[in-house]
Design a protein around this ligand. Structure first.
Ligand code: TXA
Ligand code: MG
Length: 304
């Protein structure tokens, strides 16, 4: 952790654990350091970065004082997996926000992340620590597979807790718009305002919501609810299966070695924490196709 702080002070990038996924962190107030994040990730510069704060109170240093609803969300959900879109303070370089007047901010609850960012004492820009478009890392090993050799340090704190990204919201009047579903379920936000799921054009508001994102290199087919899929119809192909939990014989037609369940008992929290690891594992088999079955969209099922 001390080395991480020293490297951050020297304008370097380091991979750090958060409670959602591993992040690739650098000094958010240094354009040169932030530029390294884009270079290491091969991320296009039009895709803005999330800024992480040492404490909730530090929000005032990077954004203008939020509205009442935003204040309540901060009070109740920070530190935690909620990212708020606010109006950026002029001190934050435009490179971080990809030229936007808005800034995405959050405060991580991970003890290792908290220790490092508090010792560092400044906000950290930190996108997920994967190459652009790829599956997000939920272990230090995943980060090494994605970025090994490109960064000086990966701080290993084991598997992340949630396994999927933070929920990104924007408050407009009394409405809370979900720009990216994530580890904080939309139901949890309902007491605070009218929760709305942003429709497709929100790709413009949260540009990372691209059609191809969190993507394995193997072709992935996501089956809607109740869609039948018989691998026997695709006999020339090697096909893997990813689904929430075992069903009565429904997956017998798939090679057992290529079947992954996200949670034996269908628990969505457990499923989320296994999602990217299972996808990465199947991706490593060099299959022709991965078939992923529908997960119910309630709670964090939406994000999964
Ligand atoms: O859980 C998380 O949020 C993780 C951990 C590491 O904190 N971070 C993460 O960052 O998922 P990233 O960069 O992989 O995804 C950030 C998303 C992108 O889709 C980006 O386009 C969007 O947030 N975003 C960031 N700043 C924005 C802004 N000012 N306006 C609109 N969208 C923004
Ligand atoms: Mg990402």
């Amino acid at each position: 952790m001390a080395r991480a702080v020293a490297l951050l002070r020297a304008g370097e990038v380091v991979a750090l654990p958060t409670e959602t996924v591993y992040g690739l962190a650098a000094d958010a107030l240094s354009p040169a350091a932030v530029a390294r994040i884009f270079a290491v990730k091969e991320r296009p510069r039009h895709d803005p970065l999330i800024v992480h704060l040492p404490t909730a109170a530090a929000v005032e240093e990077v954004a203008t004082v939020p509205s009442e609803i935003e204040r309540r969300l901060i009070e109740d959900f920070w530190p935690g997996p909620l990212t708020l879109l606010l109006t950026k303070h002029e001190r934050v370089p435009f490179l971080v926000t990809a030229g936007r007047e808005t800034i995405a901010v959050r405060c991580s609850a991970h003890p290792v992340f908290q220790k490092i960012i508090r010792d560092f004492g400044r906000p950290l820009a930190a996108p997920s620590a994967n190459r652009f478009g790829r599956i997000s890392p939920t272990t230090a090993q995943h980060v090494a597979e994605e970025l090994g050799g490109r960064i000086p340090l990966i701080v290993d704190a084991g598997r992340t807790d949630h396994g999927i990204e933070s929920t990104i919201v924007r408050v407009v009047g009394k409405n809370i718009e979900i720009l990216r579903p994530g580890a904080l379920a939309e139901e949890a936000l309902e007491p605070y305002g009218m929760v709305q799921r942003a429709s497709r054009p929100s790709a413009v508001i949260a540009p990372g919501q691209l059609d191809s994102h969190y993507s394995p290199q193997t072709k992935l087919l996501i089956l809607e609810q109740d869609t039948l899929f018989d691998p026997a119809d695709h006999f020339e192909q090697r096909i893997g299966l990813l689904q929430l939990q075992p069903t009565a014989g429904g997956e017998n037609a798939f090679p057992p070695a290529c079947v992954r369940y996200l949670s034996g008992k269908g628990d969505l929290r457990e499923a989320a924490s296994n999602l990217f690891g299972a996808l990465r594992e199947l991706d490593g088999f060099g299959l022709d196709l991965i078939v992923a079955r529908f997960v119910p969209e309630q709670g964090i099922g939406l994000a999964i």
